[in-house]
Design a protein around this ligand. Structure first.
Ligand code: IVH
Length: 666
């Protein structure tokens, strides 16, 4: 493989791993492997600058920008830290620093907290702003949410704080709160948070700060920035900050030799398990601020600091067999059945194997001794095989199932997808049951009194085979079944009848069309007046809906080209479900903007950009990205970009402000 090919391969893989991790929340490699690959790519890119690519995974600082929050530029960019897993590199860092400074220096050792970072600005002793890291240059203003965190002082104590300064730290959800939260979510059938980090960042981005307040977030501060800080050392400044009311960890320690640093690392690698919050490493910082300044920064991180990541806790155990689970969409997930083993305080018996490629890459055989890791995730994963333990008795190679374990239909694999599917949508029991479970769930039809066990029982007894059958049940069918009295039977029937009032968009979601989640269902309900219009739409019509691409459109077409699905929809319609937009919704539609292309630009005060986008669509217009001679008009807020303004004037396109636009629709 040439260096160019290797670079391209690494980029492609890392992009996929990024997606698996951040979007799907289902990483298939360990963080350490990811960092190794990223490092290899960084090295190669440095060695071969001719293959530079602005969109390489190495260019990512990561972004958590959210369109619903106001974005604020950071006064000092929020950089990340260089990562290492090896003690040798700590020694290298130490020696490098020593050479560069050519003077005595101290290293401040701290725990690396695994939450979501925050920058707090104080002026005259008052918290005035809290901003997330965002893309490092600008972040989201989450001040209202941060103010609910009890350990963050709104007003400072003492009198020696600078008139204006910034303090940074990590927002965390303590382990016990995380577990409690997930228990509640499980009870409400809401998706679980994979780890406290995701839970913390998700909570911080909630729109309702009262809910944030109920979540009991915590914050640890570890970095003070400003012009008139009280002391010359980082450690000393933080001790002052503690007196002002900040929660500064008392686990920091100043070290003067690599030996002392290793002692700190080894101590905390064990002791961190007793901390109330998640940590994933140690951060080393040159303590003296002047020395920090002299060492400076590279493009991405300070030269005066480095992070050492702990090896994720792992256990070695035997793979007994591989079983397969079939989900609602027919996706088949392989599950490793393990010899029970103790790992980070719990007994692990099963681990996810994700898909056929992972099994192949691991070259897994039954009886293999495998490494299991939890690394802050709920579901443990297999990260490797102990090849030395194999000996003569090599077990059978794990071959992915060819036929569905539940209904024996041959599995298929769609091009470009990692998962195998059982295509027998209407005849495969777990798929049928899961579809009905989805249908009755809270976010869909919200049928009170029923849960997965009820569905399972009704299905086993042959009472229901699809969601339309539910509407034909009577109280006397149910009464007298296992643990079903008159009251429960009536509850269920009332719940079923009540679901007939559930709005159209949730009915679309409840159908369980592949790739049609809540957001897509809303968009569809906005764009199609009723189910028949949706069922008859072709690819072009479907993809004209904002954010609906070929993949979703094709899935909708496939759904409605299946006769069984059409019959089901007809029966649901006959049962009285909302298969069209409500009158109220309908009244908010018009064709005032029919055939018009509208460009949105600038910052608005009365509605958000998204709201304007929706309004344009509801009135028959189309929101487009760039100005051309075909643009009907520009909806302009404050600070419209100068190049856009120039272009509009050149092409003679009308510029409309918010008031004019709202008057037009009124
Ligand atoms: S100092 C320029 N100290 O790790 C140095 N960061 O990769 C700024 N983190 O984004 C960071 N514990 O979210 C620092 N004791 C600690 C930390 C810490 C956790 C996080 C932080 C940062 C990331 C760096």
């Amino acid at each position: 493989m040439t260096p160019k090919e290797r670079i391209e391969k690494l980029r492609e893989e890392l992009h996929q791993h990024n997606y698996n991790y951040y979007v799907l929340n289902a990483p298939v490699i360990s963080d350490m492997e990811f960092d190794f690959q990223l490092r290899e790519l960084q090295d190669l890119e440095q060695q071969y600058p001719e293959y530079k690519d602005e969109n390489s995974p190495t260019m990512r600082v990561g972004s958590d920008l959210n369109k619903n929050f106001t974005q604020v530029a950071h006064k000092y960019p929020m950089l990340s830290l260089g990562n290492t897993y090896s003690e040798a590199e700590i020694t290298d860092f130490y020696d490098r620093t020593k050479r560069a400074l050519n003077n005595d220096f101290e290293i401040c050792c701290e725990l690396k907290y695994d939450g979501t970072s925050i920058a707090l600005t104080y002026e005259n002793g008052k918290l005035i702003r809290a901003v997330t890291r965002g893309d490092g240059e600008k972040g989201d203003d989450v001040t209202d949410n941060v103010k609910t965190i009890r350990s963050i002082p709104l007003v400072l104590h003492g009198d020696n704080y600078p008139q204006s300064f910034e303090i940074r730290g990590e927002i965390l959800l303590p382990w016990n709160v995380f577990e409690e939260l997930n228990k509640e979510r499980e009870a409400r059938e809401e998706p679980l948070f994979a780890n406290p980090r995701n839970a913390a960042s998700g909570t911080l981005k909630l729109q309702n700060s009262a809910v944030v307040a109920s979540r009991k977030l915590d914050a640890y501060l570890y970095y003070l920035l400003g012009d008139n800080l009280p002391c010359e050392g980082h450690f000393e400044n933080l001790q002052e900050a503690r007196k002002w009311g900040f929660k500064v960890p008392d686990t920091m320690r100043k070290c003067s030799s690599p030996a002392e640093i290793f002692e700190y690392i080894n101590y905390w690698d064990v002791e961190r398990k007793n901390l109330p919050v998640a940590t994933d490493g140690i951060v080393l910082k040159v303590n003296n601020l002047l020395q920090q300044k002299n060492l400076g920064f590279t493009a991405k991180s300070p030269r005066w600091a480095i992070a050492y990541k702990f090896q994720a806790e792992r256990a070695l155990t035997r793979l007994n067999k591989v079983t397969y689970q079939v989900g609602r969409t027919g996706a088949v997930t392989p599950v490793a059945n393990l010899e029970p083993v103790q790992l980070s305080g719990t007994v692990v018996k099963r681990a996810s194997l994700h898909n056929a490629d992972i099994i192949e890459n691991l070259d897994l055989h039954i009886g293999d001794m495998v490494y299991v890791e939890k690394g802050g995730e709920i579901i443990p994963k297999i990260t490797g095989v102990d090849m030395d333990a194999r000996g003569f008795m090599l077990g059978e190679k794990v071959k992915f199932m060819t036929h569905c374990p539940e209904c024996a239909t041959e599995l298929i694999r769609y091009p470009g997808e990692a998962a195998h599917y059982c295509p027998n949508e209407t005849g495969c029991p777990p798929q049928i049951k899961a579809k009905m479970e989805h249908f009755i769930s809270r976010r869909a039809m919200n049928i009170d009194g029923m849960g997965p066990e009820t569905i399972d029982m009704f299905y086993r007894l042959g009472m229901v085979k699809n969601s339309a059958d539910l509407y034909e049940l009577t109280a006397s069918d149910i009464k007298g079944l296992d643990r079903m009295g008159e009251r429960s039977a009536e509850n269920i029937i009332n719940g079923i009848n009540g679901s007939k009032e559930v709005p159209f968009e949730r009915v679309i979601f409840a159908l369980g069309i592949r790739f049609v989640g809540e957001t897509v269902a809303k968009k569809l309900a906005r764009s199609f007046a009723n189910i028949d219009e949706l069922a008859q739409a072709n690819l072009e019509r479907l993809t004209s809906v904002d954010e609906i691409g070929d993949k979703i459109a094709q899935s909708i077409i496939t759904y409605f080209s299946n006769k069984m699905n059409c019959e089901l929809v007809e029966r649901l319609k006959a049962a009285g479900l909302q298969m069209q937009r409500s009158q109220e919704e309908e009244d908010s539609y018009s064709d005032k903007l029919a055939g018009m292309s509208v460009v949105i630009s600038g910052v608005f005060t009365q509605h958000s950009r998204d709201e304007y986008k929706t309004m344009i669509e509801k009135h028959g217009g189309k929101n487009v990205g760039s100005i051309s001679s075909k643009t009907s008009f520009i909806l302009a807020g404050d600070n419209m970009g100068p190049s856009k303004l120039e272009k509009a004037q050149k092409l003679g396109v009308r510029i409309m402000n918010e008031e004019e636009f709202l008057a037009l629709l009124a």
